[in-house]
Design a protein around this ligand. Sequence first.
Ligand SMILES: [Zn+2]
Length: 496
Amino acid sequence: MKLVIAQMKHETNTYSPVPTPLARFAGSGAQPPEGEAAVAAYRGTGSAIAAFIDLASSAGAEFTIPIAASAWPSGPVEDAAFEHIAGRICDAVARGCDAVLLDLHGAMVTRSYDDGEGELLRRVRAIARDVPIGVALDMHTNLYPAMAEHATVIAGYQTYPHIDMVDTGRRAGRATLALLAGHARPAMAWGHRPMLPHVMRQGSDDEPNRTLQARCREIEAQGALCASVFVGFPNADIVNAGLSAVVVSDGDPARARAWCDELLELAWARRAEFVYRVEPLAESMARARALAEAKPAGSGPVVLLDHSDNCASGGTMDTMTVLGAMLDAGLGDAAAFAIFDPAAVRQMIAAGVGAEVTLSLGGKLDMPAIGLQGMPRQVSGRVRLVCDGRYRNRGPMARGEVNEMGPTAVLSCQGIDVVVISNHVEPHDLAAFVAVGIDPAAKRFLMLKSRIHWRAGLRSLAHAVVECAGTGVCTSDYALLDFKHLRRPIYPLDAL
Ligand SMILES: [Zn+2]
């Protein structure tokens, strides 16, 4: 048995000014890893491709990894990057295989295609008409017909934060290999509902997604090969952004259809619970202060989430609104993770550890798609630390994967340790703080540019959490997003 295993993961925020060339998929190398380098990078990690590698090895299958390409979310993927990645995968499939296992995101938009994954699958299917294609997708998939039409099996993450990526790879991979072995006959049904769940309301610990994902697991326990509800990624101005579901039954298309419709109806019935209400920033700051004053000694920090500027949703990670409000409010004894500003890092490295510096921090990137200009903030402080910004996730999310913050510095400013980084990384793992010598549990306040994923590795430290509406292309205010292509009507933008 010969398998092609590959990864192509990017969540595209079509409003993001952050460019997405091939280099963004390359990690620490010049290009995304291939072959043995890809196996070394991912075997044993908390990723869907790791599950594919494991399944192939245990089945004694011969397998090849033409490319493993994953990038932090940002603007539309450059055509050259997509063509490189898709080309590697298609070339490998063209050399012949019995099945293809793909670790994809599901919300990739390229300069030329609103549906990067659908285009990849269309090309693979054109080469290998009868070969089973098993696909693992992120819960933030914006599902397009081409994905469902050309894949044989689709399984999506059932947790957000995404701590079940390995499990998702296993579900997709096992169903695909079972088909090859003649033990299963996957029959897939899929569909949408016209709704745009808000990311801040999508956590799988929160209702209604907790119930939706639990029902997916029940449906699998009742005999489905894979059952997935995709909450969708709303910061994407494309026709099919929003909620969808896919169910794969074993040889029973009618049952797959019924299960899929049941999931979609359940989501639709609870659509109002996916609506997020933004709290004005001044109120958030006052609430954070009150929570800190009332908290028992020794309890963890009050977490302030700068959810409008999360790089794991395509944010520039350099808006200063929330950090600025903390500085103005005098919320000291704090750490802030992180501000993306390679130029400021270079300045701090040049000044050296211990030096007092005055910087124009953040705000280097304009955001024309939401009508905002970058607004740097003049800050003064002491350079506390500089480092190479490399760390390995402890988990539970993406356990074992290496993150590259690039050259990194910590600026101690009015009692706030501000981590300044040169590559985008979302704080969802304790190792991010260990790498910069900060004990987040000992702080009074912790500012995180994150929406839901911080919960994976840091929630257990938090005394309380305050969701702070700042500025950025992950804005939580749908009114700021000019949707030109999204299908309408859609809830809650339109009366339905
Ligand atoms: Zn996701």
